[in-house]
Design a protein around this ligand. Structure first.
Ligand code: SAH
Length: 277
């Protein structure tokens, strides 16, 4: 080897001074080496600086834990309680959504993109209501008029409300969308509200996490859920189980409504709790 030329891998073989701990030991291993894919992904999302420090990792762990706590909270309280909770401290909504986006970055396909494609294949004159819109990606991606609802509004187009009570008039929209948003213990009241604001023959699209409908792990029976939605006044048009992470239900509001209101037997929808990564 030529003198002065750097030896390949020389950096890794550098011995630290005796009072200096090896870099890898300090941070519990170099992430790029342990998990190059994850490291590359996070870097490309601008989530980690090159000198990913111990402090950064601790912060990430804390915010991951905070996200999981907020997520569990949303699945185990009513919409009314969730609204109060976020109104008390709206920054919690940002914490929740940062964690949500991180989780979603591991999904091979996002249900919202399937819904966007579904809408793009139809007339842009259809008026849409997006229940639990998050960052309003749906409204930003289609030409349709979209009424976006969520607990907190970070942009002018989003209406902040508990989606059990939206400000829209009865029979005013063509498509109601719930994309991973049937979170509250009172979720039937959200579907009730969608039924109210939908025009006759209007579409109801529901995307939900697959595990919530996996009867092997305590999830609801999709047939029972479908029957309950039909009892509310819908016809089931299609179900799509082809995706690994979520399922999609397509319903249409019945033209003629049954004047006799039945007691609907709703299945319980268990919370979707995300694992620590
Ligand atoms: N539909 C978006 C966001 C899904 S996260 C997407 O697919 O990316 C679920 C969203 O539902 C969260 O933003 C949460 O705040 C909202 N949400 C849950 N319960 C709600 C309620 N009662 N009223 C309004 N929004 C609600």
């Amino acid at each position: 080897m030529e003198a002065g030329k750097k030896q390949k891998g020389a950096k890794r073989r550098h011995r630290p001074a005796s009072n200096e701990k090896p870099k890898d030991e300090r941070v519990g291993g170099n992430e790029e080496e342990r998990n190059p894919k994850a490291s590359k992904r996070r870097k490309s999302q601008g989530m980690v600086s090159n000198s990913s420090s111990f402090l950064d990792k601790m912060k990430a762990k804390l915010s991951g834990g905070h996200f999981r706590m907020l997520n569990e909270k949303l699945y185990t309280c009513t919409g009314e309680e969730a609204l109060e909770y976020f109104n008390d401290d709206p920054t919690l909504f940002d914490t929740y959504h940062a964690g949500y986006q991180e989780q979603m970055s591991h999904w091979p396909e996002l249900p919202v993109n399937i819904i966007i494609k579904w809408l793009k294949d139809r007339s842009s004159s259809l008026v849409v209501a997006d229940f639990g819109c998050g960052d309003a990606r749906l409204a930003k991606s289609v030409k349709n008029k979209v009424h976006s609802f969520d607990l907190i509004s970070n942009e002018p187009s989003v209406i902040a409300c508990n989606m059990a009570n939206t400000p829209l008039g009865s029979s005013s929209v063509d498509v109601a969308v719930f994309c991973l948003s049937l979170m509250g213990t009172n979720f039937p009241s959200y579907l009730n509200e969608a039924h109210r604001i939908l025009k006759p023959r209007g579409w109801l699209l529901i995307a939900e996490v697959k595990s919530r409908f996996d009867s092997n792990t305590g999830g609801a029976d999709p047939k029972k859920f479908t029957k309950a939605v039909c009892d509310l006044g819908f016809t089931s048009v299609a179900k799509d189980f082809s995706n690994k992470m979520f399922i999609l239900f397509y319903f249409k509001k019945k033209e003629e409504q049954n004047s006799k209101k039945k007691d609907i037997d709703w299945p319980e929808l268990k919370p979707c709790l995300y694992k620590r990564r």
